[in-house]
Write a protein that binds this ligand. Structure first.
Ligand SMILES: [Zn+2]
Length: 108
């Protein structure tokens, strides 16, 4: 499943930003979010990462959680609310469970 970038540069609003982190030989990241250095490729300097618009992603998940497919992405909670019932209906018909994730809750 591909992930959508949810953070962007607070200066130029582009998402070509990288976090400098400490990692061990197995690629386990050891730093805490506070001491991360963020670099913007577009501004070519250090920046502060800021959240893009909140993103709500909706998934159809099989009851045993073996597979999960992203079916919709919303950037406005009101649209999500408006579509939720229909999505839930479709999920039920197809035998899936409807799950959603809010980007503010960082699910990585
Ligand atoms: Zn920038």
């Amino acid at each position: 499943m591909s992930k959508t970038k949810i953070m962007c540069c607070s200066v130029c609003k582009k998402d070509d930003i990288s976090w400098q982190v400490w990692a061990d030989e197995l690629n386990n990241v050891n730093s805490s979010p506070e001491d991360k250095f963020v670099y913007c490729d577009n501004c070519e300097e250090e920046t502060i990462a800021t959240l893009k618009k909140p993103v709500i992603r909706v998934y159809f998940e099989t009851p045993n959680h073996s597979s999960c497919e992203e079916v919709a992405t919303f950037t406005e909670e009101k649209y999500f609310d408006a579509c939720y019932r229909q999505l839930e209906e479709v999920a039920k018909q197809e035998g899936y469970i409807l799950t959603e994730s809010f980007s503010e809750l960082e699910d990585e």
